[in-house]
Write a protein that binds this ligand. Structure first.
Ligand SMILES: [Zn+2]
Ligand SMILES: [Zn+2]
Length: 304
């Protein structure tokens, strides 16, 4: 088989194969009482696989050049992950965590604990997606929230390092909206853990710079081809595909977008974003004068 043919086959196989492998590793962890260990193993495997594939068959050659944002993106990942951990501990302190019990224990509310696990996972992913979808749509349509979300969109290339690049306030809003739906429905602990795992796997793949093909997979799941449109500077393309894992709410609320041409290479935001992490963290809280002191080229951009 020629290399071209091999890469072509791999472009069809890699997304479903990586998802199936990661889900199988996570499932082994759940059934053997080691969910955290095996989730981390699956995630590590995914990082290595994507790292290799980005070099072997990149989607955009232009996105291979360094953009000076690697450290900043890693620091955003750590600070937003830290905030989410903090929320979970705070949830424990105020007693919310006691509402989330294992599936084998008595629950409350409408959650169907007697359903097969896979069906409960599907229900959990689709229900939480409603909150995640609206958190993301608000982040684009309401100026206050956009100021935080702009940090995620300020990168000029997509690759796996951007996966967790969110201002911690941005992450906080999505977590609260996504989780409170599951909490209100009385979802068991396993569902919350499965949702976190699936969101981590799909998120890593949506930002990767790997040449992949999807066909009908993109009708159902959030894939790199859909998310590349979401990073477009043209708002007819960028204010679309808000879903995080499954595309259901984009279909229902008319924001699904996919066309048969290449998504733009030239991505980013119209406003000036300072390159340093500590300035980016402060950015949404600063006045125009304060912003000008840090970035002299800053001009207020009218919100569309
Ligand atoms: Zn966005
Ligand atoms: Zn993104």
């Amino acid at each position: 088989m020629s290399m071209v043919r091999f890469k072509y086959l791999l472009s069809w196989v890699s997304w479903p194969a990586l998802m199936i492998i990661c889900m199988a590793i996570a499932d082994y962890g759940f059934t053997h009482d080691q969910p955290f260990l095996f989730f981390n193993l699956a995630y590590l495997f995914l990082i290595l696989a994507v790292f290799f594939l980005e070099r072997f068959m990149p989607h955009e050659r232009e996105w291979e050049a360094p953009d000076g944002q690697t450290l900043s993106s890693i620091l955003h990942t750590l600070s937003s992950k830290g905030t989410v951990q903090g929320i979970l501990i705070f949830g424990g302190v105020i007693g919310l965590a006691e509402l989330i019990t294992p599936v084998t224990e008595q629950g409350y509310s409408i959650w169907p604990r007697d359903w097969p696990m896979w069906a409960q996972v599907v229900l959990g992913v689709v229900s939480a997606e409603f909150g995640l979808y609206w958190a993301h749509r608000f982040a684009h349509r309401i100026e206050f929230f956009w100021n935080f979300h702009a940090i995620h969109h300020s990168v000029t290339k997509l690759w796996f390092v951007n996966t967790g690049r969110f201002h911690f306030v941005d992450s906080l809003v999505s977590i609260v909206l996504g989780l409170s739906i599951l909490l209100a429905m009385g979802a068991p602990m396993e569902i919350v853990q499965w949702l976190s795992a699936i969101t981590a796997f799909i998120g890593m793949l949506t930002h990767c710079n790997v040449e992949m093909r999807f066909g009908p997979i993109s009708w159902v799941f959030n894939t790199p081809e859909l998310h590349r449109w979401h990073h477009s500077q043209d708002l007819r393309e960028g204010n679309k595909n808000y879903s995080e894992n499954v595309m259901i709410w984009d279909w229902i609320f008319f924001s699904y977008f996919k066309e048969n041409r290449r998504p733009p290479v030239d991505i980013g935001v119209k406003e000036v974003m300072p390159p340093k992490f500590r300035h980016q963290i402060m950015w949404p809280f600063l006045s125009d004068e304060q912003k000008k002191k840090i970035a002299p080229t800053h001009v207020p951009v009218p919100f569309e």
